[in-house]
Design a protein around this ligand. Structure first.
Ligand code: ADP
Length: 410
């Protein structure tokens, strides 16, 4: 089965083609047959397109554009034409899986795309104004190009949609909750993948494990996983909540915003921009949202960079603690994404706080940042894994699993 994955963001479009042959999923994630990336914002009105095939062919193009659809069409054509061709015709693609950021409270699992599902993705754009419209645009581009193909929506929120109300609601007037003001959580595809992969690596049933997954990229969130589902997470109504991130503040006292609006004349848009773009590692250090540059500044003696790092680790510990409390204990701690996979000092700093419960990281294993391996000592009470998150493969996997059990209503 050939599955095309479409992962559309505000500034980029990533796509992959996976082939899954046989009756079962492969043990480890396979490499895609074809990978494409379009950067929409690096140059004004010029899309930078890069295609790579499993055989090693690389194609780079700069395409002037007024609308995204023709560029996406051009990208898809490289699947069946030219040097990067990997299939004979568009009809060789069996399924298309789309990452959709917001599925609201309703979508607990991936779903076949129907006109109703599309209408709901459009309605949910009020909750995810940057992402849902581009996700929908991706779905419609495929409909226009490959009209008969079956499509699947894989929601970032779905993995958290079973959180009990006692965890998901805010302690505000109940009518607000009825209007959809609740915690949704994000990065769900990555958290789900890492929890499943952790169980696979440890050779234990997922349902028996209490897992905290730490997705630490530019955006950061944790999930508390029990019985294979998220029962708590750090992001909330929006991806601004919870941990300190690259550019985002994470949780702050909401009265700060009220104070700044009343006393300093800030507008809602200014606060939105400051908390989402100019805060976190960047805001505190004044150096960068990129941890690597913050570390370089620390090495050069920059004390605000040092403060930013300490705050990052403190908040990480604090929220890991709250996830452990939601699970009533911990069997596995997983680190993933750019920071989680590559920053040994962040992992060590976070884990140090849980030595009291017998969690012990092997310093040598930790320092080598191994991929998909256990870095805990043999006698640690908690397994600590570094897992390379593979969101695109996770989307392909979700599509394959859905196709094994159901077929779309036509
Ligand atoms: P995104 O959330 O944009 O998908 P990634 O998961 O790719 O982000 O993570 C990006 C971040 O990972 C960078 O901003 C950087 O801070 C961090 N990072 C990547 N490699 C390293 C490294 N070797 N050491 C420390 N941090 C790293």
């Amino acid at each position: 089965m050939k599955i095309l994955v479409m992962n559309a963001g505000s500034s980029s479009q990533k796509s992959c083609l996976y082939e899954i042959s046989g009756e079962t999923l492969p043990e480890s994630p396979p490499a895609p047959l074809w990978e494409a990336q379009i950067d929409w914002t690096h140059q004004q009105n010029v899309a930078e397109m890069k295609i790579k095939t499993l055989q090693g062919t690389v194609l780079k193009q700069e395409v002037p554009f007024a609308s995204r659809d023709p560029v996406i069409a051009q990208m898809l054509e490289t699947l069946w034409t030219g040097d990067t061709q990997v299939i004979a015709a568009p009809s060789d693609i069996d399924l298309v899986g789309h990452r959709v950021v917001h599925g609201g409270h309703k979508y607990r699992d991936s779903t076949w795309i129907t006109p109703e599902v599309k209408a709901e993705i459009a309605d949910l754009a009020t909750l995810a104004p940057v992402h849902n419209p581009v996700n929908l645009q991706g779905i419609e581009s495929i409909e226009q190009m490959l009209s008969t193909i079956r499509q699947v929506a894989v929601f970032d929120t779905a993995f958290h949609a079973r959180m009990p109300d006692a965890m998901a609601l805010y302690p505000v007037p109940y009518e607000w909750s009825e209007k959809g003001i609740r915690r949704y959580g994000f990065h769900g595809t990555s958290h789900r993948y890492c929890a499943q992969r952790a169980a696979q690596i440890l050779g234990q049933p997922l349902k028996d494990l209490r897992i905290v997954t730490c997705h630490l990229g530019n955006g950061c969130s944790l999930a508390a996983v029990r019985n294979g589902y998220s029962v708590n997470t750090t992001m909330g109504f929006t991806p601004l909540d919870g941990l300190m991130m690259g550019n985002r503040s994470g949780a702050v006292d909401p009265s700060i915003l009220i104070y700044l609006m009343r006393e300093a004349g800030y507008t809602a848009d200014e606060l939105d921009h400051t908390l989402n773009q100019e805060s976190g590692l960047l805001g505190v250090s004044g150096v960068s949202n990129d941890l690597r540059l913050v570390m370089q500044a620390i090495a050069a003696g920059n004390s605000r960079a040092q403060l930013a790092l300490e705050m990052y680790i403190q908040r990480l510990r604090q929220f890991i603690g709250s996830m452990i409390a939601s699970l009533g204990g911990l069997d596995v701690l997983v680190f993933t994404a750019g920071v989680g996979e590559n920053a040994p000092h962040i992992r060590a700093g976070a884990c140090e706080a849980f030595a009291y419960m017998g969690l012990q990281v092997d310093p040598e294993k930790n320092a080598s940042s191994p991929r998909d391996q256990d870095i805990a000592t043999a006698n640690s009470t908690v397994r600590v894994l570094v897992i390379h998150t593979q969101e695109d493969w996770a989307i392909a996997k979700e599509c394959w699993e859905l196709a094994q059990t159901t077929s779309p209503d036509r």
